[in-house]
Write a protein that binds this ligand. Structure first.
Ligand code: AMP
Length: 122
């Protein structure tokens, strides 16, 4: 699959500073910020700064430095938000069946309440 990145997506605009965000962590290659419509007491999105559509695009195309930075950023946000003790969920939606709304890779970090079963039916 060859992905085409749309640089007008909302997270690209956040990265260019065209729209505001509530930053939790910024690293050389990654940005973490609060979801605008939180679905749990803690709901943080972690994105790479590079133009990657979804997780497999990133895993196949990003540099080792970007991948290490990104994975470490997810871990650092978990630490900063204090979610390790009670647990949390990572979600990375991709494409149509994954119901991905924003075509720039993002991992959702959800925590702070019992999150229920993994998938809703239907
Ligand atoms: P997904 O369906 O996995 O693509 O999730 C996209 C997420 O981005 C949703 O949870 C939205 O609430 C969130 N979102 C959309 N626009 C913004 C924004 N400007 N700032 C923060 N989060 C946003």
């Amino acid at each position: 699959m060859s992905y085409v990145y749309d640089d007008q997506n909302i997270f690209a605009k956040i990265l260019r500073g065209e729209i505001p965000n509530t930053t939790v962590l910024e690293t050389e290659h990654s940005l973490a910020f609060r979801d605008i419509h939180p679905q749990a007491p803690t709901h943080v999105l972690v994105i790479p700064k590079g133009p990657y559509v979804c997780f497999d695009h990133f895993a196949q195309s990003a540099s080792d430095a970007e991948i290490v930075d990104y994975v470490r950023a997810v871990g650092e946000v978990c630490k900063l938000e204090g979610v390790e003790a009670d647990g949390f969920r990572l979600i990375a939606n991709a494409g149509k069946n994954g119901v991905q709304d924003v075509p720039h890779l993002h991992v959702h970090i959800l925590a702070g309440r019992l999150l229920g079963s993994m998938l809703a039916r239907g």
